[in-house]
Design a protein around this ligand. Structure first.
Ligand code: AGP
Length: 600
């Protein structure tokens, strides 16, 4: 979603800001802008479209050592140059970039700014106009900034330039992520450390409702009462090369190929010196104290949760419910007596999930976050965290984070089971090793999968994924992958459910991708395939070795039945990738989507 960068130092800031925004491109955006300040005032450049479009209009001869930048994902007002950030106050003294949503912006407009002429349709412009109004009324800029913040309802990460304070970036945050990066003779601001890794890997985390006065050689953090807060910095453990594509045409393909290595990294990370799987004892105690686990997640992470439920129930024998976070927020089920909430989120920033976390914390319940991003909001705010160790995932379509989520959930189930003297029935370290090898084999079968993708999806406008049991959950993920990057309308269904309505949509040539990796339902899913074939469907059966039949299009290597989602998803990820490629879609940055969904 929206991204923020800022720089104050001794070098010209334009290129640093533009490069920073390029690193945030993966988060999804529809317009971008920068503002730089020098002795001649503030110069704003903004454009609808890509950073490449913005680059074209940035005046190269404007030199400045202080500036802010923004990528916008439209919420209030259409994507346009006018609505893109930075926004300025009427006198142009103040210039602001904002991530988040101000819920009461309309009320504030009517109450405080009735005489102001607004240029854009955004909620952000209200903030910058309020700051100017309070300064006109006699407050200094910091007081005006603080007073404005106390009146805002909603989420914000803000970076503000004041023409009359040319040595300062004023920064604040509430609910939306924002970091301050430290350097020698410069400091930076970023909504994601990745953006500014080009200049520093030392960062200071900000808490909600904090203000930071960022100067070239110092930063001062304050709370909204004006009291100074001290906080130590940390080193962002990110390798700049992890966020490069290398020789790959797309991040998505690189991240699919990284999955065997991620599996091995996870096994290593969760193994103790005796070579046994291990998880922090307090997390296992929390699992054992729970009479029910509530998994809360969105999108792909929700699909991982559905599989995770099978792992935890079958191995550790604890009942699990899986909920879509945006639904759970206002439609909470009757809770058990001792619930444990498990939040699954690649980014650790999903606003819908965070809203649930805030809520259940107020109710006094324990929480665990499973995330790829250490220090992310969901990780900081939950009682416990398990990391995915998948490395940065840049493509909007989640691939390696999904398989990492499954592996970590399996480890959680396994260690919990053993702590309850239950025998999970297999050696998970050994089985995950086999999974890693199987993924490697599948990643080497790209030519065949590309061929399948062409054969089934070249000209279609829709596609169905069917499966039974755990295969059904993988089908849901396959459908999500396909629709989000290729724009083919795709849906996943339980094999037996199709005939209760959806089969009406089957026409001559409709692609139906069926998963057959479970012995107990192998014949029934094949029966469902026959039903759709009788109505003209074009079937693509993906089965597991040992259960395969002549009619199958693709056979995946054999792994433990419970762990098949870790590998049956790989051909589905690749099918989606090639379908998007053949349709000339922007694989890594699909339209309308954001990598990290930080608005509810
Ligand atoms: C996955 O391909 C999607 N882009 C999306 O569904 C994603 O999984 C969802 O927005 C949840 O994100 P999170 O894991 O960062 O919370």
């Amino acid at each position: 979603m929206c991204g923020i960068v800022g720089y104050i130092g001794v070098n010209d800031t334009k290129e640093i800001l533009l490069k920073g925004l390029e690193k945030l491109e993966y988060r999804g955006y529809d317009s971008a802008g920068i503002a730089v300040m020098n002795a001649n005032g503030v110069h704003v450049f903004k454009e609808k479209g890509r950073i490449a479009d913005l680059r074209e209009i940035v005046a190269l001869d404007v030199m400045a050592n202080i500036g802010i930048g923004h990528t916008r994902w439209a919420t209030h007002g259409v994507p346009s140059r006018t609505n893109s950030h930075p926004h300025q106050s009427s006198s142009k003294r103040f210039t602001l970039v904002h991530n988040g949503v101000i819920e009461n912006y309309d009320l504030l407009k009517r109450e405080y700014l009735a005489d102001v002429t607004f240029v854009s349709e955004t909620d952000t412009e209200v903030i910058v106009q309020m700051i100017e109004k309070f300064v006109y009324e006699g407050l200094d800029v910091l007081e005006a900034f603080r007073k404005t913040l106390t009146l805002l309802h909603g989420s914000y990460a803000l970076a503000l330039l004041d023409e009359q304070n040319s040595d300062t970036i004023f920064v604040a945050k509430n609910k939306s992520p924002l970091l301050v990066g430290l350097g020698s003779d410069f400091n930076v601001v970023a909504s994601d450390a990745m953006a500014m890794l080009q200049v520093t890997n030392e960062y200071v985390e900000l808490m909600d409702k904090e203000i930071v006065i960022v100067k070239k050689n110092e930063i001062t953090i304050q709370n909204l009462d004006g009291e100074t807060v001290t906080r130590t910095s940390y080193i962002a453990e990110l390798d700049a090369s992890d966020i490069e594509k290398g020789t790959y045409p797309h991040y998505m393909l690189k991240e699919i190929d990284e999955q065997p290595a991620v599996m091995r990294k996870i096994i290593q990370a969760y193994q103790n010196e005796q070579g046994e799987l291990t998880i922090a004892p307090e997390i296992i105690t929390a699992m054992n104290n729970a009479d029910r686990v509530y998994i809360i997640a969105a999108g792909t992470s929700y699909h991982a949760g559905l599989v995770g439920k099978q792992f935890i129930e079958k191995m550790a024998k604890i009942p699990v419910e899986v909920h879509i976070s945006s639904e759970f927020g206002y439609n909470m089920p009757l809770l058990s007596e001792k619930p444990l909430f498990v939040f699954i989120s690649q980014s650790g920033e999903t606003a819908d999930s965070r809203a649930v976390l805030v809520n259940i914390k107020e109710m006094g319940y324990q929480s665990l976050t499973i995330t790829n991003v250490p220090g992310s909001t969901l990780s900081r705010e939950a009682d416990h965290t398990l990391l995915l160790h998948a490395g940065p995932e840049i493509a909007v379509a989640s691939t390696k984070a999904y398989t990492a989520q499954l592996a970590v959930l399996a480890i959680l189930a396994d260690v919990t089971a053993k702590s309850r003297n239950l025998d999970p029935g297999f050696d998970l370290i050994h089985e995950l090793g086999l999974v890693s090898n199987a993924i490697e084999v599948l990643c080497d079968s790209k030519e065949l999968i590309e061929h399948i993708s062409r054969e089934f999806l070249a000209v279609t406008r829709n596609a169905f994924f069917i499966g039974r049991g755990i295969d059904y959950y993988v089908g849901l993920e396959g459908a999500l992958k396909l629709k989000e990057i290729s724009y083919i309308q795709a849906e996943g269904f339980a094999g037996g459910e199709l005939k209760h309505g959806t089969i009406a949509l089957i026409e001559d040539g409709t692609p139906v991708i069926a998963l057959a990796t479970q012995e107990s339902v192998n014949l029934s899913i094949r029966g469902n395939v026959k039903e759709v074939v009788a109505r003209g469907a074009n079937p693509c059966i993906i089965s597991m070795k040992g259960l395969n039949m002549d009619e199958d299009s693709f056979v995946i290597p054999e792994v433990h039945e419970l762990l098949t989602p870790l590998i049956s998803v790989i051909p589905l990820q690749l099918i989606a990738y090639y379908a998007a490629l053949h349709r000339d879609c922007d694989v890594d940055k699909p339209r309308n989507l954001a990598k990290s969904v930080t608005v509810e």
